[in-house]
Design a protein around this ligand. Sequence first.
Ligand code: ASP
Length: 394
Amino acid sequence: MKFLRRIENQTLLAIVLAIILALIFPSLFLRFEVLGKTFLRLLKMVVAPLIFTSVFMSLVHLKDLRILERLGFRTLAYYLGTTALSVFTGLFLVNLVRPSAEITLVETPKLRALSLSDLFLGLFPENVVQSFARTEVIPIIFFAFVLALAALKVGPKAEPLKRFFEALNETLLALTRGLIRLTPMGVFFLVGALVAREGLAPLLSLAEYAGTVVLGLALHGGLTLPLLLYLFTRTNPWGYFLTVREAPFLALSTASSSATLPVTLEVAEEKARIKPEVAGFILPLGSTINMDGTALYEAVAAMFIAYSYGLKLGIFQQMLIFLTAVLASVGAAGIPSAGLVTMTLVLQSVGLPLEGLGLILAVDRFLDMLRTSVNVWGDLVGAKIIDTWFSKEA
Ligand code: ASP
């Protein structure tokens, strides 16, 4: 069948099959979980070096650094604007639905509350090698950024360095292309093991809360972002989604924007033909800063916890949730459950108990998959919009 010759379609089919089969034969999937984990490791293997080379190359390729100033502001406006729209959608829905749960905390997560200075210091590498070893995205981007600026200053003497990183970048992308062939198999075992372990029961018990998050994500990903894409670029959103769909599908299975990043870069540059100077910078940055799905989820979850504790939050407190949810999503790393950790910031801002997180743990992985998919889709929409602005400026 022609339909099944495309990796993207095979990936989608693998997700659907894995869900069905894992409900019937859970133990089989648990036994083969290692295959999914192996696939994840292979993806993570390329992430840190690829972030570095793509950011470095996109900067040294810029003909005029002033473009950075002009586009930098708009990029930030896009990131914050779309994230704010997303949180707004979430808050609107949660006020309508008012989901709440009986408080029977089984397990209290041991989380330390994050402070703003933690978030700020986290932008800079303490030690570059350590940042690479831990795949700390922002510090790697920071290092690539300043190193590229220094290389531009050095001029011709730095040419060999540029050529070396260019070659490394191309090679890592070729490697990613090879890994993409394994996606259907990888997601089959990743999703299967997850469904086998968790089943559908938690979803049913927290249906109102999970449903509110899912509806919010669907509205943001299916309406707001496509509308923005069309308004700013006149691109057909559905056509664009079909072109890049491999990345959101993979995000769905990995629940990690970082692990998905190699594929996001590949589809953006090779399939959507976004200029490498733009994609190479915007996508790594977006994968950790621009998290519309995470922000929406944090706001809904905080309100859900408040309702469950029988607290009524007024407009002022909801504005605080709004602001901290945007901030917390910016601070969240592109790894599974990162949003759960940065939510401590949101809860603390309105004085909600951190123990409340215990209420949402059971469905968190499932919601993580969906919000990560929206995060990656938001990055790809952003890359297209910024690419259009870039073409007009360059
Ligand atoms: N897993 C999400 C991501 O990688 C972050 C989160 O936990 O919300 O984009």
